[in-house]
Design a protein around this ligand. Structure first.
Ligand SMILES: [Zn+2]
Length: 159
């Protein structure tokens, strides 16, 4: 198991029950420490539910039950305001400069495992920032998204 730590961000919207229809994956562009600092700054108006460090450590920034501010103007499966219904999970770093680490991919799968059945997710419920904000955001790098999705398929949907 990868370690989990908590660094509560002020940047969230309280809601009775986040829909958790799926997951939007991001890269944060910054390294882990700089990302946490940014997310804990109320002036940034940005947050993710979880941030995954290069060594696989997972940091919870916003509770799954609340709305994190990760997607911005966005659309997925015909709905806008994706923050209302997608969890935001970011990988520290920039996938255009360096691929996801093996630990980051393994940690994401470990994080998904208890939620997969709980929320009735399939790979169709997995997306990334690039796909829900065409021409506005570019994370993840397409090759890294393909790699991550293949790992998810292998773990949860193969055979
Ligand atoms: Zn993003």
């Amino acid at each position: 198991m990868f370690p989990e730590i908590t660094r509560p961000s002020p940047n969230f919207t309280a809601t009775p029950a986040h829909e958790r229809l799926g997951v939007c994956f991001h890269h944060s562009a910054l390294d882990f420490d700089a990302t946490v600092e940014h997310i804990l700054n109320a002036d940034s108006l940005v947050s993710y539910h979880w941030l995954i460090a290069a060594d696989g450590t997972r940091c919870q920034l916003v509770a799954d039950e609340q709305i994190a501010w990760h997607a911005g103007a966005s659309e997925w499966l015909g709905r806008t305001r994706c923050n209302d219904f997608l969890l935001g999970v970011a990988f520290a770093g920039n996938t255009y400069h360096a691929p996801l680490t093996t630990a980051q991919v393994a940690s994401a799968l470990e994080w998904l495992a208890p939620r997969w059945a709980q929320h009735g997710w399939t790979t169709a419920h997995m997306t990334d920032h690039r796909q829900i904000t065409p021409r506005r955001k570019d994370d993840l790098a397409p090759a890294e998204w393909t790699r991550l999705l293949a790992a998810i398929v292998k773990k949860f949907e193969a055979g």
